[in-house]
Design a protein around this ligand. Structure first.
Ligand SMILES: O=C(CO)COP(=O)(O)O
Length: 249
């Protein structure tokens, strides 16, 4: 059985104080037994978060990494540096990185490999734009983004990946995919994984992301192929994030 995972992507938001407040609240929160929770603050808060989250159910994630291990890459951060701060998960290929910072499929593949080499769990983000959905290209786009990465990995590496389906039109818009829309795409992802390896498909953790909140999480998480959520805006509010975690129990 897959353990649900709720991940909170703070994007370029939050503060050192919010890190402390989340740690204090989750240290005493009563949470479902079988649930992994990860908070993904901006890089400058990782040190404080590593200390503050010790002894709480919160694991630590990062929002990106560079594919190189070190060198002349001003402004970039390597997987080994993240691992040094107790980071366990790292987002790769978030649509904001793909769109605003022009990260290509090649970049995404290299970053996934770098994350695995550093012992981190990559959360590979995929999703279609509204134009692609309207043009009935959703499955082609999404499976294309998954396949290009899977083709570069061996079986052991594939098994270490988590996947997040985030329709671009649902991110930060308040317009969530319906549970049926999300389930349809995510069942398609799992069916594709099955063509690679049945055990991989059964074990793969698939997250939905895009305007997930305290009111819609339960319905989304009840879908058979949705194992958790990648939460943006609602992960900045303790009560909302806690409510989403409760829905995953
Ligand atoms: O992009 C997201 C998480 O990575 C989703 O963001 P929102 O939950 O704010 O729509």
């Amino acid at each position: 059985m897959r353990t649900p995972l709720i991940a909170g992507n703070w994007k370029m938001n939050g503060s050192a104080r919010l890190v402390e407040e989340f740690a204090a609240a989750f240290a005493k929160a009563s949470l479902p037994q079988k649930l992994d929770i990860v908070l993904i603050p901006p890089f400058p808060y990782l040190d404080a978060a590593q200390r503050a989250f010790a002894g709480t159910p919160l694991a630590l994630g990062a929002q990106n990494l560079n594919a190189f291990e070190s060198g002349a890459h001003t402004g970039e951060v390597s997987g080994a540096m993240l691992a040094e701060f107790g980071v366990r998960y790292v987002l790769v290929g978030h649509s904001e990185r793909r769109q605003l910072y022009r990260e290509s499929d090649d970049d995404v593949c290299a970053r996934v490999e770098a994350a695995l080499n550093a012992g981190l769990t990559p959360i590979l983000c995929v999703g279609e734009t509204l134009e692609e959905r309207d043009g009935e290209r959703t499955m082609d786009v999404v499976l294309g983004q998954v396949k290009v990465v899977m083709d570069r990995l061996d079986g052991a590496q594939r098994a270490k990946l988590a996947l997040a389906y985030e329709p671009v039109w649902a991110i930060g818009t308040g317009r969530t995919a319906t549970p049926e829309q999300a389930q349809e795409v995510m069942a398609g992802i799992r069916a594709y994984l099955k063509t690679l390896d049945t055990a991989l498909a059964e074990q793969a953790i698939l997250l939905y992301g895009g305007s997930m909140n305290a009111s819609n999480a339960a319905e989304l998480l009840a879908q058979p192929d949705i194992d958790g959520g990648l939460v943006g805006g609602a992960s900045l509010k303790i009560d909302d994030f806690n409510a989403i975690c409760q829905s995953a129990g």
